[in-house]
Write a protein that binds this ligand. Structure first.
Ligand code: BTN
Length: 268
């Protein structure tokens, strides 16, 4: 049984290497969802770079409205409020910054991560974390963006599998992968520092740098997948990430499809 240290703002701040991310750091006990909390702060005028972390979530959400298993005291649940000057059409690529920063933080713990489109971060072929971007527009302009990240750090695999049911076999925790407990304060600081660096790169180099880095970590290109979406399901081969952050696939009849919100399952 792993008993981890509580999240502590001072411990995170002491390790944080960031100019923009973490200008305000809210460390909460249990909350409905860090994304929902960040949204409330955003509506109250909180600045770019505000971070919300919580020990646990009672209504954590993943992609497609799925619940995100969020037991207290063992994992990382983080949301970063940003007010970027961005064209709405760049949002798809912007959302990739969260999984890039997460993959960098994971690599620092000694294992090699991979990214499965759109936002799953895997180690040893199993999902350890994911990210969820939410945004609010003001007319044609972006008012704010929230990048929310959940990572299974120290949750016991049996607990995780018990909570997720059959799909639990595709999930693991970082502690199980590296073989020792993960210091959540150090991990949080590492993730936030990497995110800050990626935001800086976005500002100076723009989407091409992000797309190139993401492609290096991508595990789907060239692989056979099953695609599930609103229009049903089909088999395809992955062509690669498109310039908008969508996934290009070619079905068995040779037709190309650009995926934006579909679910993709590896077949080989
Ligand atoms: C996914 O489906 O893979 C994305 C999961 C994102 C979960 C995180 S946990 C912190 C933040 N708050 C939420 O309610 N969701 C995100």
């Amino acid at each position: 049984m792993i008993t981890t240290e509580l999240l502590q703002a001072e411990a995170i701040r002491a390790r944080l290497r960031a100019r923009r991310v973490g200008c305000q750091l809210h460390v909460l006990g249990e909350v409905d969802s860090t994304n929902a909390h960040a949204r409330r702060l955003a509506r109250g005028g909180a600045p770019d770079g505000t971070v919300v972390l919580a020990e646990g979530q009672t209504a954590g959400r993943g992609r497609r409205g799925q619940p995100w298993f969020s037991p207290s005291g063992v994992n990382l649940y983080a949301s970063v409020l940003l007010r970027p000057s961005l064209r709405p059409r760049d949002l798809g690529v912007f959302s990739l910054l969260a999984s890039l920063a997460l993959a960098d933080a994971i690599r620092e713990t000694g294992v090699l991560p991979a990214i499965k489109w759109p936002n799953d971060v895997l180690v040893q072929g199993k999902k350890v974390g994911g990210s969820l971007m939410e945004c609010a527009l003001r007319g044609e302009e972006i008012d704010y963006v929230i990048l929310g990240v959940g990572v299974n750090l120290n949750v016991e695999p049996e607990v995780l599998h018990g909570a997720l049911g059959p799909s639990g076999v595709f999930a693991t925790s970082l502690a199980a992968a590296v073989g020792h407990e993960i210091d959540r304060n150090a991990f949080a600081a590492s993730f936030l520092s990497h995110l800050d660096r990626w935001l800086e790169r976005w500002t100076t180099e723009g989407p091409p740098a992000v797309l190139a880095a993401w492609r290096e970590r991508d595990i789907l290109t060239g692989r056979r997948v099953e695609v599930r979406g609103r229009g049903g399901q089909f088999e395809a081969r992955v062509v690669g990430l498109d310039l908008s952050g969508g996934l290009l696939v070619r079905d068995t009849l040779g037709r190309q499809h650009l995926l934006t919100s579909e679910e993709v399952r590896l077949l080989d």
